[in-house]
Every structure is written in C-alpha cells, then in structure tokens.
Design a protein around this ligand. Sequence first.
Ligand SMILES: NC(=O)c1ccc[n+]([C@@H]2O[C@H](COP(=O)([O-])OP(=O)(O)OC[C@H]3O[C@@H](n4cnc5c(N)ncnc54)[C@H](O)[C@@H]3O)[C@@H](O)[C@H]2O)c1
Length: 249
Amino acid sequence: MDLGLKDKVAIVTGSARGLGAAMARRLAEEGAKVVVTDIQAELAHATAEALQQAGLQAHCVVGDITRAAEVQRLVDETVATFGGVHVLVNNAGMPRDKYLVKMSEDDWDRVMDVMLKGAFLATRAVMPHFIEQGWGRVINISSRAHLGNPTQANYSAAKAGLIGMAKALAIEEGRYGVTVNCIAPGFMDTEMVRALPTYESIKERAIQAQPIKRAGQPEDVADAVAFLASERAGFISGEVLHVSGGRYG
Ligand SMILES: NC(=O)c1ccc[n+]([C@@H]2O[C@H](COP(=O)([O-])OP(=O)(O)OC[C@H]3O[C@@H](n4cnc5c(N)ncnc54)[C@H](O)[C@@H]3O)[C@@H](O)[C@H]2O)c1
C-alpha cells in the first residue's frame, strides 16, 4: 500500500531515541523528509546522521519543546530546509512517577510542560502552514495511562489532556484538511521504561494483562504513526488508536 508520504515533511518531537527515533525512521523509509528534534543534542544529531547514512532524508534541530521561541525556530528551520511542513508527531515526553502525597509541584509542572504545553506550542506553530496548504496531520502520542495508573497522576492527566486537545482540534481544524489523532501505546520496551526501577515488574504485569503475549516494540507504534500520517487516513480524525497488545483497562 502506498501511503503517499513521499516528500511530505514530518517533524517528530523527542525523536533522538526510543519510540520517536523509530517513528522518524519509519516515516523516512516511506519517503518523507524527517526532522529529528530533541533536547538531547548529541543523540539527536547521531539519530539524524544514521538516517542520512541509510540514504534517507533527515535534518536535526536541537531544542526544548517547552520554549515557544525554540519551537518557532524548529518550525521555521524545517520550512527553510525542506520547503514546508505536513506532519507533526507530538512524541516528546517523560514520566516523573510518585504517589500523590510525595509528588512535588515541579514533578507536576515538568510533566505537564513537556507533554501538554509542548504539544500545544508545536501544534500552534505548524497550524498556519497546514491551514494555508489545506493539508496536515497531527499525531499526539498519548498512552494507555490516560485511563489511569497509580503513581502517575501527572502523567495520566497529561496523556488524557493530549486526547482532549486532539478531539478539540479535530473539530476546529477539520475544515482545512487537517486531521488530529492520538496513539495510546501500552507497555513499550524502550530506554525510558528500562530506566524505571520497577521495569521488570511493569513488563511482567503488562504482558500478563495483554491478550498478545509479548512486549510492545517501537516499530509497533511507528507503523501506526505512518498510517495516521498518510493519505490513507484522511477521513480519520479525533480518534485514539491503542497500540497495546489488546489491553485497554
Ligand atoms: N515506552 C512506553 O512504554 C510508552 C508507553 C506509552 C507512551 N509512551 C510515550 O511515548 C513517548 C516516547 O517515549 P519513549 O519510551 O520513547 O521515551 P524516551 O525517553 O526514549 O524518549 C522521549 C524523548 O523525549 C525527549 N524530551 C524530553 N523532554 C524534552 C523536551 N523538553 N524537549 C524536547 N525533547 C524532550 C527525550 O530527550 C527523549 O529523547 C513519550 O511521550 C512517552 O510518554 C511511552
């Protein structure tokens, strides 16, 4: 199936590693021109260079997604480098898991800033381009945690917020040929979760709860992103696609 992504320009936030890096590679393999952007400078450059060495079209912009000026520079540099922007994947994120009584204001604010405000700033910066060209795709990387997880009041709230934002924008921007959707991954075996002290037990519990008995891989999410970014998904908007091995609760 031709996804119609050849020469489309895609920004994937937080794509130095993990799910974002897999998404960037998948979109580039479909012929898209991809901007790898992340706060981790060295890793972001290495990820973009690996794509270029594989003969794919990639550019790196280092920046903090929580800062409006840096987000504007990201979009301006994307347009200057590749001649436009068509796809935005709001993927940058991080947990700061704590029981509520131990959760600091900073734990709350940082998670909200990176995942929710960052997505707002990036979406606001690309939208004038999407509206002008009458075509655009926004994909928010939410999480199965939008349904709630203990120690994740901040993370679950931000991930549920991304869904609310997508549903509002799907209605607001649909008339311009812009779709806005969410992907809700379940447990995915990435460095982010491997860094958690509870990694082994989380993984075991997730696989036990899933009808499909294996750990999710970054490519599982990347394939879903490529589809929602494509021409083929032009009549799908405001949706939440769970990529969670059949686990919803
Ligand atoms: N791994 C999972 O099981 C899982 C499940 C559901 C949802 N998710 C979500 O998927 C996304 C990617 O997760 P991952 O597992 O690949 O994690 P990851 O830590 O490997 O990747 C997240 C990236 O975001 C970047 N980032 C953090 N703060 C940033 C900022 N201020 N500006 C720019 N970039 C910033 C990080 O540097 C990192 O490279 C996250 O939003 C995460 O919440 C992950």
